[in-house]
Design a binder for this molecule. Structure first.
Ligand code: UT7
Length: 330
């Protein structure tokens, strides 16, 4: 059996767009209310990227901070992964744009498509690249510009999503026993159409009809997705904790994907993690898909809740469906 940890988080960074959009801003043009949004989702505000900001430029901000804090430069990176559901272009990868922006000229750069679970998938792949000797330092970014695939006229989804990016540098070795203790990733493609963007890809390329039908925007069967989110995130927590060889009560901090406060509360309850150990940022950032976990990590660190040596459980669920969890000795 492989003895973990074999790789640790050497640096963490975040990029939060400046524009704040509050629930009140939606009240003016959609049949919704601040009260409904807060009660049903926990969201109070979210951030929108400026027109010139892309996933790559937001990722650049997060990446430079993560590298700085790791005491590394972009030239030290052997690989760079951008987990995103909203790539800047279909071709080439946002990873390659980011590579050029930060000057990571020695890295293999690519995108990872696992929706909201992308960051956990990214950590798992990065650890594999390190263990196989492909790279000593891997940058894992979760970055999204979800406002570009969100239908602002659809009240059931418009209120949920925001933009942003977060990044970590995963490095070989386990100083003081710190690092990734376990990962668990899984998916079920039979449920793909419960949360998807029907048009604008190669199955139904962009056309006047696609735009007219607004099928280039995200569609979600909210209640179904909600149900699966809780079930799968609980499975992922249990499995990651078991694989790490720890007990749930040893977990110091739970950092769940930030989709809905009710999903977060239900997951924490079933995973036997008390509320005071749960990090919540959905109130301030909404759902930022692959960016939500690294943004929440950065928030927890900035507010003094995430400290070196802590046992941290990350868990996510997203379109695909995909889900996963990791335990990290921070
Ligand atoms: O990132 C990973 C993937 N995403 C998720 O995990 C999201 C999972 N789903 C959810 O978070 C929730 O299902 C939503 C927040 C999307 C919806 O909450 P819900 O409690 O499941 O509401 P619902 O879809 O069952 O709708 C209840 C009612 C409906 O009205 P009727 O049919 O009962 O008259 C909706 O039309 O609420 C209505 N509604 C709204 N009302 C005011 C839906 N959106 C809104 C809104 N404002 N923004």
């Amino acid at each position: 059996m492989i003895q973990r940890p074999l790789a640790h988080v050497a640096g963490l960074g975040v990029f939060v767009p400046e524009q704040v959009v509050t629930n009140r801003d939606f009240e003016a043009r959609l049949e919704t209310s601040d009260q409904w949004i807060v009660e049903r989702t926990g969201i109070r505000e979210r951030r929108y990227a400026a027109p010139g900001e892309t996933v790559a430029t937001m990722a650049q901000g997060a990446a430079n901070q993560a590298l700085d804090r790791a005491g590394l430069t972009a030239k030290d990176l052997g690989a760079l992964i951008v987990a995103t559901a909203t790539p800047d272009r279909i071709v080439p990868s946002t990873g390659c744009y980011l590579q050029a922006l930060i000057g990571a000229h020695r890295a293999a750069a690519f995108d990872l498509s696992a929706a909201c679970s992308g960051f956990i998938y990214g950590l798992t792949v990065a650890e594999g690249l390190i263990v196989s000797g492909q790279a000593r330092h891997v940058l894992v970014v979760g970055g999204e510009k979800l406002t570009c695939i969100t239908d602002r006229e659809d009240r059931s989804t418009a209120i949920l999503f925001g933009d942003g990016a977060g990044a970590v540098v995963l490095s070989a070795g386990a100083p003081e026993g710190r690092g990734l203790l376990s990962s668990f990733i899984k998916s079920d493609g039979r449920l793909a159409d419960l949360l998807y963007v029907p048009g604008g890809g190669t199955a139904d390329p962009i056309s006047a009809r696609v735009v007219e039908q607004r099928s280039h925007f995200m569609k979600m069967a909210g209640r179904e997705v909600f149900k699966h989110a809780v079930l799968t995130m609980v499975e992922a927590c249990d499995e990651a904790v078991r694989r790490a060889g720890v007990r749930p009560e040893e977990i110091d901090l739970l950092i769940p994907h930030q989709a809905n406060i009710r999903i977060i509360d239900a997951t924490a309850k079933h995973a036997a993690i008390p509320p005071e150990k749960v990090v919540v940022t959905v109130d301030r950032y909404g759902n930022t898909s692959a960016a939500s976990i690294p943004m929440a990590l950065a928030h927890a660190e900035a507010t003094g809740r995430l400290k070196r040596g802590m046992l941290v459980l990350l868990v996510a669920f997203g379109a695909g469906f995909t889900w996963g969890a990791s335990v990290i000795r921070w």
